[in-house]
Design a protein. Sequence first.
Length: 276
Amino acid sequence: MPLNLTPAEQLLYSTMRITVLNPNGTPASYGTGFVMDMSTNKSVQMPCLVTNNHVLPPTEFPLVKLTFHTRTEDENNPIGEKSISTICHPPVIFRHPNPEVDLCAFPLLPISNQLPEPILCVTLTTDLIPSSNKRFDAIEEVMMVGYPSALSDEVNNLPLIRRGITASPLNKDFQGKKDFVVDMACFPGSSGSPVFIYSPNGYTEHGQDGSFSHVFGPSRLMLVGVLYSGPVMKNSGEVTLTTKANFNFNTMLHLGYVIKASRLRELQQEIMKQLK
């Protein structure tokens, strides 16, 4: 892990804005990706950029723009405002075996190895994913790291952090799917954003028997999901000028649909299966 960075700061260097380009090089769409080790071999890393299926079009080799942080040669620390961008075709896209699960990933090393300077990516691991029997409260505070409406700190190449709460219990499968809902402002461009529980100053531990205890001092960081969608309310309005005109516009509700992080293990197994 990078030196001289707090856990929260490290999360800022784990994400990347994905700009999908038209054949002429103009932006077609935006999304968020985060770097995760998809290898099941603890001695060999396979950093991949994880995002939603719908962020990367179904064409075989979409053209994308990625911007990396540069790092110091002697230490694994970011160099202030300096970054490096590249336009490339992902060498291969691994998609979740269930087409209804909006997850995919592509390996980063074939891309980063071609860059002229050393780069910094904080690589998340599946160790951050809570176990299936982990008990949560009905309401948990969550945070999301990404690029809503493609917004970011472009000078420092940093994403934006949003905070909210779970709108559906983490221990329940929302609508029978391995999803949950967050009460958080979620906009296009945030698709693919990792959702975390981060408690820097202690937390409440819930037992399987309904008991709970307060843990003071140690921090807690868990990757609980990946944002993929949000409900939209359609509205109709009428403006009368010299002629009648109808205007239709959509309003984003303050909610986001999140794929549970356990689905990332399924994607990991699919990647290992394809590489055999």
